[in-house]
Design a protein around this ligand. Sequence first.
Ligand code: ADP
Ligand code: MG
Length: 374
Amino acid sequence: MDTLAADFADRFGSDPDGIWAAPGRVNLIGEHTDYNDGFVLPIALPHLTRAAVALRPDGRIRLASLQAPDGFDGAAPTPGSVPGWSRYVAGVGWAFGEAGHRVPGLDVLIDSNVPVGAGLSSSAALECSVALALSDGLGLALSRAELAHLAQRAENDFAGVPTGLLDQTASLGCTAEHALFLDVRSGAVEQVPFDVRRNGLALLVINTLAHHDLADGQYAARRKSCEEAARRLGVPFLRDATLDDLGRLDGELLQRARHIVTENQRVLDVVDLLHQGAVAGIGPLLTASHASLRDDYEVSCAELDAAVDAALRAGALGARMTGGGFGGSAIALVPVGSVSLVEDAVADAFSKKGFRAPECFTVEAGPGAHRQHV
Ligand code: ADP
Ligand code: MG
């Protein structure tokens, strides 16, 4: 028996209906573009959050995690009423209810190896594992796009964390050996081949372990700036702005808008290169994305810049911060033979600057959320 199923039975007194798994993600490129109706290109990490789940008939909801001490035991939770991590899971049940899919009651036990708070979307992995479990358990067969919207609703409107659709779409929609190209406006997704190993490359994730408290406030401020820039340009979203339009902006709004406009184009260029099989060719676009996030969008930080600079100096073909910024993780595209050199260079740079030693690991694009047969 799967040890998670055994833990579930120990804790709740009966077997789970099943175990559902959903991955964390890294965004290859397309940062802060999702809430501008633009383009993103994530891959699923091999790291998974697993949810052992049983529906129950009596309205009671019990939530527990092997990674977190507190849980939840109650009924009919409403936004704001659930503290801590449980709100991400309770929020999924609530979002299903809001969409007309009543959840009768629920026992959930979570286990995960997705790094938490590292910009790798452990929160989406948590939501999406439970969303898929509910869809299967209630016999709803909801589409991946519908599930992503329900999971996003849980995070935005129940957990109270304003995020775009990138994380949930990635966790639910990615497939192994591919990056997922999402046009947030149309919801259209395309699987784009991304097999680093076959190209003699590795994708290195550098978790800086840094987390700067300004992240939340600055995220909200960036969203506001983008809305304001779009308003001044007379377009619905910055997705609709062109480089020529930017001449009508100045100062901070110009910088913010220039990042979004150029970043959307970089996503399209990377997708083209990947379709041509030119994986190594995307390196300079990754690095240009970092420069834009650092200089125009101003969401990088000393640790992320140090990781990117050291990786590039040690032979990475491209490197950038990934995720919202102000800490979290960077990625570097590295020739397989140079992986340890790059890891050592990053560790060395961190130590010289007095930063905590980062955690580095290579990843290949893994599968999206799925039921596990146990
Ligand atoms: P990220 O999504 O980048 O990892 P977030 O701050 O968005 O960072 O989400 C992290 C939060 O998600 C944690 O603080 C916790 O509340 C919740 N979480 C993620 N994974 C787990 C887990 N395995 N068990 C309990 N809570 C988790
Ligand atoms: Mg998150």
